[in-house]
Design a protein around this ligand. Structure first.
Ligand SMILES: [Zn+2]
Length: 47
């Protein structure tokens, strides 16, 4: 899946700390762009 933000790289699936208000809520599967660091948490994908 190509990054919709920079359109130059593909998202990489990895575990990322989900941080909200400075507190880590644990590691979640996410799609991360290696170029621009755009991160999509899978639970947030609308489809
Ligand atoms: Zn990107």
């Amino acid at each position: 899946m190509e990054c919709y933000k920079c359109e130059k790289a593909n998202f990489i699936k990895k575990k990322v700390d989900f941080i909200q208000l400075g507190v880590s809520l644990g590691k979640f599967d996410a799609l991360v762009c290696p170029l621009c660091d755009e991160t999509i948490f899978e639970g947030q994908q609308a489809n």
